[in-house]
Unconditional design. Structure first.
Length: 194
């Protein structure tokens, strides 16, 4: 059965943010597009960059909002409405400072946890009940949180970062292919190999 889906990587547009912790969502959907040999195109009316991938499971839409983090929900809502994708078929990928680098957490609902991008998504979708894949980026208690998430990964962290980007891309693909339970199973299988 064909099912359309939307996978959103949260981040901030622009070169100065490219390799920051807050942009891990962008990097994951970039990886997904690369795996499918697809390119992103800017869609002004959707407030973001879009890559659309036709699969035997349906049409997968990847989105990188161009609104800056605290306006991400607008791009998610416009894209979901345009392509008629229900909330149950949307996965939001974001950074999470409360988890160590290299950890993934998949949730079907919950609070935004202080994340401005998730807060915006929650407000525009009108619900806390949407799927989100949180990617641990760690936290430095000696650095202001806003400065920390907008700073780049250290060279030592880059290897772990590349690994988690690949894993998250596989989990997100599993979500599109088979839903929440399939994604949880893929995540467990990846963990068991470590």
């Amino acid at each position: 059965m064909e099912r359309n889906g939307l996978i959103v990587g949260l981040g901030n547009q622009g070169e100065r943010y490219a390799n920051t912790r807050h942009n891990i969502g962008f990097r994951i959907v970039d990886k997904m597009a690369l795996m499918q040999k697809e390119l992103f195109q800017h869609k002004k009316e959707l407030k973001g960059d879009i890559a659309r991938i036709k699969t035997d499971r349906g049409m997968l839409t990847l989105l990188k909002p161009s609104t800056m983090m605290n306006g991400s929900g607008l791009a998610v809502k416009k894209t979901a409405d345009t392509y008629q994708i229900s909330v149950e078929r949307i996965l939001i990928i974001s950074d999470d400072v409360e988890m160590p680098l290299g950890r993934l957490r998949l949730r079907s609902s919950g609070s935004c946890g202080g994340h401005n991008g998730l807060r915006s998504v929650e407000e525009l979708l009108g619900t806390r009940d949407y799927y989100r894949l949180k990617v641990g980026v760690g936290r430095d208690p000696d650095v202001d949180l806003a400065d920390y998430v907008l700073s780049p990964f250290t060279s030592e962290q880059q290897r772990a970062c590349e690994e988690i980007i690949e894993e998250a891309a596989l989990v997100a693909t599993a979500f599109f292919e088979g839903g929440y339970q399939t994604a949880l199973e893929r995540m467990a299988a990846l963990r068991s190999k470590k």
